[in-house]
Design a protein around this ligand. Structure first.
Ligand SMILES: Nc1ncnc2c1ncn2[C@@H]1O[C@H](COP(=O)(O)OP(=O)(O)O)[C@@H](O)[C@H]1O
Ligand SMILES: [Mg+2]
Length: 312
C-alpha cells in the first residue's frame, strides 16, 4: 500500500454523536466522573469556542486578550494509564456528552495504532498524516465564520504507545521519530487554522510521553485501576441479582484487590470481561452460581500485569 488510504479504509468505524448507544456506554463507566467532567469541558471548548465567548460577554466584557490565551490551547488531550482502565471506552463515548453540551453534531474518527501501521517502513507516518488530512478536511467544512460551528470532529489516536515514546530515547528508530513528527505537525495545523476539531491520544506509557507531545496537550488525564470502593460498586451492580450474601461480596472485593508481593489489583476489564463471565460460565448450564466458588475463582485468577515501561 503505497498510495494514501481512503477515508473508509482509514476510519471504518466512524461514530456520530449525539446517539443513544454511546450515551448508554458512557453512563456505564464507573469511577471516571472527574475525567468525564474535565474531558467534556476541555473538548467542548476546543471544538466549539463560541461558548466561552458567550460566557465572557456575560461575566467579563472586554476580556478578548484573556480569551485568546484560553482558546489558543493546542487541540490535544492525552489519556494515559494501565491497560483495561477505560481509556478507549471513554474516548469512544465522550463525544456524546460534548455534542449534547454544545448542541452540535460531532463525528469521531477512530484510529488504533496497534492494529495499523505495523507494516513496512514509513507506513505509520503515512497513516498519521492521512488521518490528520481527513480530520482537517472535514473540520474545514464545519467551520463557520461567525459564532458557533456547525459541527466538529474528534480524531482518536488509540494505542499510541509508539508515538508517545520520547524522542529523547536514543534507541528510537528514525521511522518512529517521523511518526511523532507527523503527529505534532498535525496538531499544529489544527491549532493554527482554529478548526472545530480536537485530538485524543491514548497511551499506556505516561512516563515515556514525548516532551513535544506533552507540551501540546491541553490536558493529560491519568487512569488507574479501580480502588476498593469502585470494585465494590462494579461487583455489587453486576452480581447483585444473584443474591450473593454481603460477606461473600466483601470477600470478592478483597480477592480482586492488590496482593502480597506487590501484585496490583484487578483492572476494570479484569472484573467485567474475565472474572464475572468466568463465575457465570462456571455454573452454566447445570446449576446456580455458588457464592463460595465465585471467591475461589477470583482467588485463582491473576490480574493483568502492569504495563512494562522499558524506557526509563
Ligand atoms: N471505569 C470503568 N467502568 C466500568 N467498566 C470499565 C471501566 N473501564 C473499563 N471497563 C471495562 O473494561 C473494558 C476495557 O476497557 P478499555 O476502555 O478498552 O481499556 P483501555 O483502553 O484503558 O485499555 C471496557 O469495555 C469496559 O467493559
Ligand atoms: Mg484501549
Amino acid at each position: 500500500m503505497s498510495t494514501k488510504p481512503t477515508l473508509d479504509e482509514l476510519f471504518e468505524n466512524r461514530m456520530n454523536y449525539p446517539d443513544f448507544e454511546p450515551q448508554a456506554r458512557l453512563a456505564r463507566l464507573v469511577g471516571l466522573d472527574e475525567q468525564k467532567q474535565r474531558l467534556t469541558k476541555v473538548l467542548g471548548l476546543l471544538v466549539n469556542s463560541a461558548g466561552l465567548s458567550e460566557w465572557a460577554k456575560k461575566f467579563h466584557p472586554g476580556s478578548e486578550a484573556l480569551l485568546e490565551t484560553v482558546l489558543r490551547r493546542p487541540p490535544l488531550v492525552v489519556m494515559a494509564g494501565d491497560v483495561g482502565s477505560g481509556k478507549t471506552e471513554l474516548a469512544e463515548t465522550i463525544g456524546d456528552a460534548v455534542a449534547r453540551q454544545e448542541k452540535i453534531a460531532i463525528t469521531l474518527f477512530p484510529l488504533s495504532l496497534s492494529t495499523r501501521g505495523q507494516g513496512r517502513v514509513g507506513e505509520m507516518t503515512q497513516l498519521i498524516s492521512a488521518a490528520f488530512d481527513y480530520t482537517i478536511e472535514e473540520a474545514q467544512k464545519l467551520k463557520s465564520r461567525e459564532g458557533s460551528s456547525r459541527g466538529a470532529v474528534i480524531l482518536l489516536v488509540d494505542e499510541a504507545d509508539a508515538l508517545a515514546q520520547s524522542r529523547e530515547n536514543a534507541q528510537m528508530h528514525h521511522e518512529d521519530r517521523a511518526g511523532v513528527n507527523a503527529f505534532i505537525r498535525g496538531i499544529d495545523r489544527i491549532a493554527n487554522a482554529q478548526l472545530p476539531a480536537a485530538v485524543i491520544m491514548c497511551t499506556n506509557r505516561l512516563n515515556a510521553l514525548d516532551p513535544a507531545v506533552r507540551r501540546r496537550a491541553a490536558e493529560v488525564l491519568t487512569f488507574n485501576r479501580p480502588n476498593e470502593e469502585q470494585r465494590r460498586y462494579i461487583l455489587t451492580r453486576r452480581l447483585g441479582s444473584l443474591k450473593i450474601p454481603p460477606s461473600i461480596l466483601e470477600a470478592l472485593v478483597k480477592e480482586t484487590g492488590p496482593r502480597e508481593g506487590n501484585v496490583p489489583g484487578f483492572t476494570f476489564s479484569d472484573l467485567s470481561q474475565r472474572l464475572i463471565p468466568s463465575i457465570v460460565l462456571d455454573a452454566y448450564p447445570t446449576h446456580a452460581v455458588d457464592p463460595r466458588r465465585a471467591v475461589q475463582i477470583a482467588h485463582l485468577m491473576d490480574p493483568t500485569p502492569p504495563f512494562q515501561d522499558h524506557v526509563s
